[in-house]
Ligand binder design. Structure first.
Ligand code: APR
Length: 231
C-alpha cells in the first residue's frame, strides 16, 4: 500500500491568478505580516485585517483550478485513500479540482471562526468587525485563518500521515515557514522518497531525493503521468 503525502504552497495556485507571498511583488511586499497575519494585528485593527481577507476571498472566489490542481485530484481518484493532500493555501482550488479530504493546515478563506466560543461557520464574502457569531452572538468573528504565532490545524494527523509516507512531494512552496518546511525531514525519517516540484529551488531543496523545476501547471501533470506509468 502506497502512501503519497503531498504538501502544497502558494506556487500551486499562482497560475490560477492568486498571488504568492515571497515572490517579487508578493503579498508580503504589499502588506506587513504583523498587521494582517497575527492575532496582535487583528486585535489592533480588525477592520484592516477583515479588509485584507475580504479582498483575498473575493479574488479566490473568481479563481479556477489549474492543471496542477487537476493532476493532483486525478492522482487521488486513481489511488483512492492513498494520496493525502496537505495545503498551506487558504483558497479552495484543490477542492474545486475534485481533491478529497484536503487538509488546510493554515485554515481557509471560506471559513469564519468565533474568537469567543470557537464556533465555525461559512464566511460571508465580506466579513466586518461587528460580525456576530451565529452561536454566541458576540461580535467576535474572525477569518478562520491560522496566523503567525498560532498552531496550524491538524498537526497530529499530519505527522501520522508523514510517519507512514512512502512518497512525499512538496509542490509550490518556498520552504521558509515552519512546521511545513520540516515535513520533508519527517518523511525521510519514515523512509519515504522525497520530491520537490517548484518554480525554483526552495530553501530546503537539499533535503529532497528528486527535484523538478518549472511552472506547476507543466511539471505537476508530467510528474503524475510518470507516477502512473511507473511499474
Ligand atoms: N509554479 C510553481 N511554483 C511557483 C510558481 C508556479 N507558477 N510561482 C511561484 N512558485 C513558487 C515560488 O518559487 C516559491 O518558492 O512558489 C513558492 C511560493 O512561496 P511563498 O510565496 O513563500 O508561499 P508558501 O511557501 O506557500 O508560504 C508558506 O507562508 O506567509 C505564510 O501562511 C502563509 O501559507 C503561507 C506560508
Amino acid at each position: 500500500m502506497e502512501k503519497i503525502v503531498i504538501l502544497t504552497g502558494a506556487g500551486v495556485s499562482a497560475e490560477s491568478g492568486l498571488g504568492t507571498f515571497r515572490d517579487e511583488g508578493g503579498l508580503w511586499s504589499q502588506h506587513r505580516i504583523e498587521d494582517v497575519a497575527t492575532p496582535e494585528g487583528f486585535a489592533r485593527d480588525p477592520a484592516l485585517v477583515h479588509g485584507f481577507y475580504n479582498a483575498r476571498r473575493a479574488q479566490a472566489a473568481q479563481a479556477t483550478p489549474n492543471a496542477a490542481h487537476d493532476a493532483l485530484a486525478r492522482l487521488q481518484r486513481i489511488f483512492p485513500g492513498e494520496v493525502i493532500v496537505i495545503t498551506q493555501n487558504v483558497d479552495g482550488l484543490h477542492e474545486a479540482a475534485g481533491s478529497q479530504a484536503v487538509m488546510h493546515m493554515h485554515g481557509i478563506l471560506s471559513g469564519a471562526l468565533c474568537s469567543n466560543c470557537d464556533h465555525r461557520w461559512p464566511a460571508p464574502l465580506e466579513m466586518h468587525v461587528a460580525e456576530p457569531c451565529p452561536a454566541c452572538h458576540a461580535p467576535t468573528a474572525r477569518p478562520d485563518i491560522v496566523w503567525f504565532g498560532e498552531m496550524p490545524y491538524g498537526m497530529d494527523d499530519i505527522y501520522d500521515h508523514l510517519s507512514h509516507a512512502t512518497l512525499f512531494a512538496a509542490i509550490g512552496t518556498s520552504g521558509q515557514v515552519y512546521p511545513a518546511a520540516a515535513f520533508v525531514h519527517e518523511a525521510i525519517a519514515a523512509g519515504a522518497k522525497t520530491v520537490e516540484l517548484n518554480l525554483e529551488p526552495s530553501a530546503v531543496v537539499s533535503n529532497f531525493d528528486e527535484t523538478h523545476f518549472g511552472p506547476a501547471s507543466d511539471i505537476v501533470p508530467a510528474w503524475v503521468e510518470r507516477l502512473l506509468r511507473a511499474p
